[in-house]
Design a protein around this ligand. Structure first.
Ligand SMILES: O=P(O)(O)OC[C@@]1(O)O[C@H](CO)[C@@H](O)[C@@H]1O
Length: 388
């Protein structure tokens, strides 16, 4: 597999640089507004913000619980400017440090308190989710193939509803031309071939994204595509809106308590599947590691081995799957994802510079628009790599 330059945030005018210089200050403002943190937490967050744009990577504190792990992950980077680290690495360290700054890891008022919960909870309780729940009632009237397509499409475009992304972009409806690669026929054919297997789903964001993901999981059970689904979430708050186990439970409850029969029935089935072990919610420290999936630890690799399919949701999982690099966009997706221990399907809206698997005509069409099409979140891909 040929290689490509690793993305860094020290390139003037780049998307990665704007994440540190524009998005993070806004994120920090919202986090500090959302909960009544004390002066010590507020000052620590502001110090982090300043360090991340003008300072160097300070090694973890002597008493940090995971100091040894981070020292190893950051070998060769400590003491260097943040922008010289890989973008993926630096973002992951930023979110780790943000939790540290607000007291998430220390005994005290804020230990274990999700700083992003106010945003996730508001979104889950909001009118947009009411509408999504009500719309589930229409699905029963659809022919099976249309229902497959509708539920896959909801899970795909649900990735647009990323809270971090919503801070700096406008959202809008999607059109067919926004879907830049569509392997959905291959996906359904593979699921029909491997009926009744174990499917892994790597969740991305909570609330409005997790809701259609859970509805899709229910559909995979009811259409016989899976007898078991392992849903992987983050072990702690990460990248603003990433789903944790608490978010899964809140979303299943939102479905179960929905006023419409169709949504409530899905919630009850998921609840039952959790209780029977057909659906498991799993996590692993590696999901908050600053590394691509090429570095999967042996225990996690073993969990994916033997799955009929692993579905990866969202931009961050895509970056970790193919590597956070400036690939030529026509690089075959299957070449980039072949190393993964199971067949994979990526459902991702494009919110960062990484992309593979596009046709030359699609790339030419997008480039002619002279828009930052890789990062606006307007476009999406459904890409499949089968492991034979
Ligand atoms: O994985 P998601 O939720 O689809 O996207 C997360 C994400 O858009 O947020 C970052 C910017 O803060 C991007 O670099 C990143 O990929």
């Amino acid at each position: 597999m040929p290689t490509a330059p690793v993305i860094r945030s020290d390139v003037p005018g780049s998307f990665a640089r704007s994440v540190f210089h524009e998005r993070h200050p806004e994120l920090v403002r919202q986090v500090l507004d959302a909960l009544p943190y004390g002066p010590a937490e507020r000052a620590a967050v502001q110090r982090l913000l300043a360090e991340s744009v003008t300072g160097v990577l300070e090694p973890p504190a002597e008493d940090a619980h995971d100091r040894a792990q981070w020292l190893a992950w950051g070998e060769g980077l400590w003491g260097r400017p943040w922008g010289e680290a890989p973008f993926l690495w630096a973002e992951s360290w930023f979110y780790h440090r943000l939790l540290d700054a607000i007291g998430y890891f220390r005994p005290g008022t804020w230990q274990g308190i999700d700083p992003f919960a106010p945003f996730k909870n508001a979104e889950l309780a909001g009118a947009a989710v009411d509408d999504e729940l009500a719309a589930l009632s229409d699905l029963d009237d659809l022919a099976p193939a249309r229902r497959d397509a509708a539920l896959l499409s909801s899970a795909l475009w649900g990735n647009r509803a990323d809270l971090s992304f919503a801070m700096t972009s406008e959202q809008g409806g999607s059109t067919d031309s926004d879907l830049l690669a569509d392997d959905s026929a291959l996906l359904w054919a593979e699921l029909d071939r491997t009926r009744g297997g174990r499917i892994c789903v790597l969740a991305d964001n909570a609330a409005r994204e997790l809701l259609p993901d859970l509805v899709l999981i229910d559909h995979l059970f009811t259409r016989g595509s899976a007898t078991r689904v392992d849903l992987y979430v983050k072990p702690r708050p990460y990248f603003v809106s990433d789903a944790t186990t608490a978010d899964v439970l809140a979303t299943v409850e939102r479905l179960r308590s929905a006023p419409t029969d169709a949504a409530a029935a899905i919630g009850r089935r998921l609840w039952h599947a959790l209780g029977s072990g057909e659906l498991t919610v799993r996590t692993h420290p590696f999901f908050c590691a600053p590394l691509p999936f090429h570095d999967l630890p042996a225990d996690l690799r073993a969990e994916f081995t033997g799955a009929t399919l692993t579905v990866l949701k969202g931009d961050l999982n895509y970056r970790r799957l193919v590597g956070d690099r400036l690939w030529p966009p026509t690089t075959p997706f299957a070449d980039a994802a072949r190393y993964f221990p199971s067949s994979v399907a990526a459902l991702r809206t494009l919110k960062s510079d990484v992309i593979t698997g596009l046709s030359p005509t699609t790339v030419a069409r997008l480039d002619r628009t002279h828009t930052p099409w890789r990062t606006t979140g307007r476009h999406a891909v459904i890409q499949v790599a089968l492991r034979n």
